[in-house]
Design a protein around this ligand. Structure first.
Ligand code: BTN
Length: 322
């Protein structure tokens, strides 16, 4: 561990600690300690120094720095390796190239902003500062046909994390838009590389409007941010940690006991089931009542003539009442 990280780790314990004690504990000079403190302050750490008494950490930068995400992260797999970018074209593309080079399962890519963030169905994903732009590499030992369950798993993880941290009541719109009061606060994009019978990697991309201020004008009225909904800033580091914890736990449930528990949780969080929907599928548009999601996460829609249709991928254009 480099010395600056060791100083930070010691200060994280919360007490006021003298330069002399720090120097003794870490085995370096007081001048070296002072230099570490100055460097941490330049990174945005607020460190108070009391004459004669020592230093105390009173604030952290609002950045998704790996050392912040790793501090106290309660996961065994997700986020153990972190690639951090101030700015990147797309975390999804950065994660794909890491995965193709053999990055470990659980590696994440996280960025403060994206210049070419991607949404579903070829859309752009506006990625100004204040959001979370996160891509997670998984290598599940399952048949590629089972991968269509991952949008549902990731949606449940993100919604549970938001609920736990903010006490807001997020809802999921099939397949995986995260909504608050009907407005979109986050989305999920899945990319996969597979052979006929095995998956090389899945990239779960999660974008959340957390403290985002400058969402493009034309999408105002459709989207919201957690800050707007809570009336105050939400810790992005804490939310990123909570998403990783929730996703790791659901991934374990999926591996050990299958999809059923997650399917039930998704249904409990869904705003779609029971509603009249208009779905733009791969080939055609479909109107009817959303009845269920099946064992794969596909949407079951009952048309006006009573027949059932199974939609594997698509976009719900309108949800009209229950
Ligand atoms: C959608 O609702 O259309 C999905 C949006 C997914 C956005 C995330 S942000 C992190 C990752 N990187 C990207 O370029 N896209 C996903």
């Amino acid at each position: 561990m480099i010395m600056k990280e060791a100083v930070l780790q010691t200060l994280r314990q919360g007490d006021c600690i003298s330069g002399e004690t720090l120097a003794k504990v870490l085995g370096i000079s007081r001048t070296a300690i002072w230099k570490c403190i100055r460097s941490l302050q330049r990174e945005g750490y607020q460190i108070e120094s009391f004459h004669g008494k020592g230093y105390r950490l009173i604030g952290r930068p609002d950045l998704l720095l790996p050392k912040e995400i790793k501090a106290g992260l309660r996961t065994n797999l997700l986020g153990q390796q972190i690639a951090y970018h101030q700015e990147v074209s797309s975390t999804q593309d950065a994660a794909k190239s890491l995965a193709a080079q053999g990055a470990n399962e659980g590696t994440i890519v996280i960025a403060e902003t994206q210049t070419a963030g991607r949404g579903r169905i070829g859309r752009d994903w506006a990625s100004p500062p204040g959001g979370i732009y996160l891509s997670i590499i998984l290598r599940p030992a399952i048949n590629p046909s089972e991968a269509i369950r991952f949008p549902i798993i990731a949606g449940v993880a993100a919604a549970q994390a938001i609920e736990q941290l903010t006490e807001l009541k997020p809802e999921l719109k099939w397949p995986n838009d995260i909504l608050i009061r009907g407005l979109k606060v986050g989305g999920i994009l899945i990319d996969m590389s597979a052979e006929t019978d095995r998956i090389n990697y899945i990239i779960i991309g999660i974008g959340i409007n957390v403290n985002t201020e400058s969402l493009p004008h034309e999408i105002k009225g459709i989207v919201t941010s957690l800050k707007t909904e809570c009336g105050k800033e939400v810790s992005r580091v804490q939310l990123a940690q909570d998403i990783l914890v929730q996703l790791e736990s659901l991934y374990q449930i999926f591996e050990v006991s299958g999809f059923e528990t997650i399917r039930k949780r998704w249904k409990a969080l869904s705003n779609t089931i029971g509603a009249w929907v208009s779905v733009r599928g791969e080939r055609e548009r479909l109107d009817g009542r959303a009845m269920d999601i099946d064992v794969d996460g596909a949407l079951i829609v009952q048309k006006a003539d009573g027949t059932l249709e199974r939609v594997i991928s698509g976009d719900i254009l309108g949800v009209t009442g229950q």
